[in-house]
Design a binder for this molecule. Structure first.
Ligand code: 5GP
Ligand code: MG
Length: 178
C-alpha cells in the first residue's frame, strides 16, 4: 500500500483491509457468543463508525436492532457552558442490552458522555465495541469491552475516520506521517 495525501498531510498504511476484516469477524464472533438469547440493540455513533457498523453487522447472527445516533455539544443559554445531547436516538432501549459501536476510543470522554445519557433511558446493560482503542490516551471511566486493535497515540484516518472530513471512504487505516 502506498502513502496517501489528504489536504496538507501525508498518511502511511497502518492496518490493511484484510487485517481489519479479520478483527471484525472475531469481534462479531465474540458478540454472537456473549449475547445469545438477549434482547440486543446496537447503537452506532455517526459519522465515524458507519463502515465498521456495516461490516460488523454482516457477521452478527443474532436477532437484534440497529440504530444510529450522533452526539452534539451546544452552548447552553446559561453560563453553565456546554450541554450534550444525543441526536436521533429513536429506538427505545429500556430493558435492553445495548452495544455502542464506535470507530475509536481515544481519551474515552465521548463514550463516557454517551453512556451517561443513555443510562437515563434505563437499558439493562451498555458495553462499547470499537474498532480502535488508544489505550495510552485513555483517561475516562468506561473501557471498551470489545475492540479490534489497541493502537498508539497517533492520529489515524480511513475506515470511517476522517481528517477534516476527508479519508472516511478509505477501506484501510492510515497513520499520520511525522
Ligand atoms: P475521545 O472522546 O475518546 O477522545 O475521542 C472521540 C472521537 O475523537 C472519536 O470518536 C473520533 O471521532 C475522534 N478521534 C480520536 N482519535 C482520532 C484519530 O486518531 N483519528 C481520527 N480521525 N479521529 C479521532
Ligand atoms: Mg467517533
Amino acid at each position: 500500500m502506498d502513502p496517501i495525501h489528504l489536504h496538507d498531510k501525508t498518511f502511511i498504511p497502518y492496518l490493511s483491509e484484510q487485517e481489519i476484516h479479520d478483527a471484525v469477524v472475531l469481534l462479531a464472533r465474540q458478540i454472537n457468543l456473549d449475547y445469545r438469547g438477549k434482547d440486543l440493540v446496537f447503537l452506532s455513533v455517526l459519522n465515524g463508525s458507519f463502515m465498521f457498523t456495516s461490516d460488523l453487522m454482516k457477521h452478527i447472527l443474532l436477532p437484534c436492532e440497529i440504530s444510529f445516533m450522533k452526539v452534539s455539544s451546544y452552548q447552553g443559554t446559561e453560563s453553565t457552558g456546554r450541554v450534550d445531547e444525543l441526536i436521533g436516538l429513536n429506538s427505545p432501549i429500556a430493558g435492553k442490552h445495548v452495544i455502542l459501536l464506535e470507530d475509536i476510543v481515544d481519551t474515552g470522554v465521548t463514550i463516557d458522555k454517551i453512556i451517561k445519557l443513555l443510562e437515563l433511558n434505563g437499558p439493562k446493560s451498555i458495553e462499547v465495541c470499537a474498532i480502535l482503542y488508544k489505550k495510552e490516551a485513555h483517561i475516562g471511566t468506561n473501557i471498551p469491552k470489545y475492540f479490534g486493535f489497541e493502537i498508539p497515540n497517533k492520529f489515524v484516518v480511513g475506515y470511517g475516520l476522517d481528517y477534516d472530513q476527508h479519508g472516511r471512504n478509505l477501506p484501510a487505516i492510515y497513520q499520520l506521517k511525522n
